[in-house]
Design a protein around this ligand. Structure first.
Ligand code: AMP
Length: 415
């Protein structure tokens, strides 16, 4: 198989590494990729917002499959352009990507499919916003309707801040606050049939103890020793299957990765959000644990043959990933600093997220710079491996959380 992967972050580095492990993979091309990815695949420069550039590259390389990492090309309709040219694509059509592209659309689908989620109001005026804020009370949850690169959601006790955030977007969804731990559970869908992956948990706040601003994600781990055994089956039957069936019934089948962000509340599981692609950094802990051949899996999904693929096969090992972020991330990330001391080993992977080569030297080139995944027989071992590797890396002003998977690893040891 020849595969073209679109994207340039830590998620794509993890996807590239897992695709490479598939014995059927012959050639892996990544556009645009990054310095880490270029060590394991052929990278091609292009603008990921340019659907025709992606199509031309896929055609000239004669690939069997295109895998789309980030949401922007999906919401731009790259899957539709590839479908017209009969090139299998793992990633939903523009219409189906609206599950991520519009919070209001996702709410409508969940309502029609009977999927449990937070009660919400979609508001288009200051009057409606104020009414909705007062109907739910604090903590206020305000979501901009469209794609916002992780900056669209504010959860706050401060009504004035909630109102100010709401007024920055022409349409917002205001919803009830959901308490309880959050879990990310991904389903691979061929439009009709869904294979659930294992659950993971990510850490959205910038600093230890879940303090500081929301980020794109500062770390993740999998599996979740504390999660109820039935979480996968329950999410499949209550969330993933009904959503995929509803999208098919609407004539816009969802082909690709359906990311369910869940809150395990005292009243049961509720969907916090859908994404239409692999999560970052959850992918960096899930894929190192996946034994099933990824290229064949994603091709089966892209060509409507997932049922024949069989269940996914997972390693029993645990994985913990820790994001090394640049100084000032997330508000005002510095870049252009040299990175030294990357020494991956048998128990850890260093996935590049925001890096660039300048004058032959690796430099930071974004907010999240590296994602370091440790593997071990339990979360404690996986944490040790990740933190051992990250502590050897030097990047001026950088920061990382020291408590990724800490509570879960302590609880696991206690059992
Ligand atoms: P989202 O982009 O929708 O995942 O939201 C980002 C983060 O905001 C989530 O991971 C949650 O931590 C938080 N969040 C979103 N919606 C809610 C909600 N209804 N209740 C509590 N927290 C929420």
């Amino acid at each position: 198989m020849k595969v073209l992967l679109i994207g340039s972050g830590g998620r794509e580095h993890a996807l590239a590494a897992a695709l490479n492990r598939d014995p059927k993979l012959e050639e892996l091309h990544v556009a645009p990729g990054n310095p880490g990815i270029s060590e394991i695949a052929l990278c091609h420069q292009l603008d990921i917002k340019d659907n025709n550039a992606i199509l031309s590259l896929a055609q000239s390389l004669k690939v069997d499959l295109v895998v789309v990492g980030p949401e922007v090309p999906l919401v731009n309709g790259v899957a539709d352009v590839l479908a017209k040219a009969k090139i299998p694509c793992f990633g939903p059509s523009k219409a189906a990507a609206q599950l991520e592209g519009s919070k209001d659309f996702a709410k409508q689908v969940m309502r029609d499919a009977g999927v449990p989620t937070a009660k919400s109001y979609t508001c288009n005026s200051k009057e409606e916003i104020e009414k909705a804020l007062d109907a739910f009370g604090a903590p206020y949850v305000v979501k901009h309707d469209g794609l916002a690169a992780g900056k669209g959601v504010v959860v706050t006790d401060d009504r004035a801040h909630a109102l100010e955030h709401a007024l920055q977007s022409s349409q917002v969804v205001i919803e009830e606050f959901l308490d309880g731990p959050e879990v990310s559970l991904f389903g691979i869908s061929d439009g009709h049939y869904v294979l659930p992956m294992q659950p993971a948990q990510d850490f959205k706040r910038a600093f230890d103890g879940d303090l500081g601003p929301n980020t794109g994600g500062m770390g993740a781990y999998s599996p979740l020793p504390w999660a109820p055994d039935e979480i996968i089956e329950e999410t499949l039957s209550q969330v993933l299957n009904p959503t995929v069936q509803e999208m098919a019934a609407r004539g816009t089948p969802f082909v690709g990765l359906l990311y369910a962000g869940l809150a395990l509340t005292s009243h049961g599981t509720r969907v916090i959000e859908f994404n239409a692609r692999f999560g970052d950094p959850e992918t960096q802990v899930l894929l190192p644990r996946l034994n099933s051949p990824l290229a064949q899996l994603l091709l089966a999904a892209a060509t409507g043959k997932l049922k024949e693929f069989g269940d996914l096969n997972w390693s029993d090992e645990s994985a913990v990933t820790v994001v090394l972020a640049s100084q000032g991330y997330p508000a005002a990330p510095a870049s252009g600093e040299p990175i030294m001391g990357i020494k991956p080993n048998d128990h850890s992977f260093v996935f590049h997220a925001g890096t660039a080569i300048r004058d032959g030297i690796l430099h930071s080139a974004g907010g999240r710079v590296l994602t370091i995944t440790g593997i071990g027989s339990d979360l404690t071992e996986a944490r040790d491996a990740a933190y051992r590797t990250i502590s050897q890396i030097s990047l001026a002003g950088s920061h990382y959380r020291s408590d990724i998977a800490l509570n879960a690893s302590v609880a696991e040891k206690g059992n």
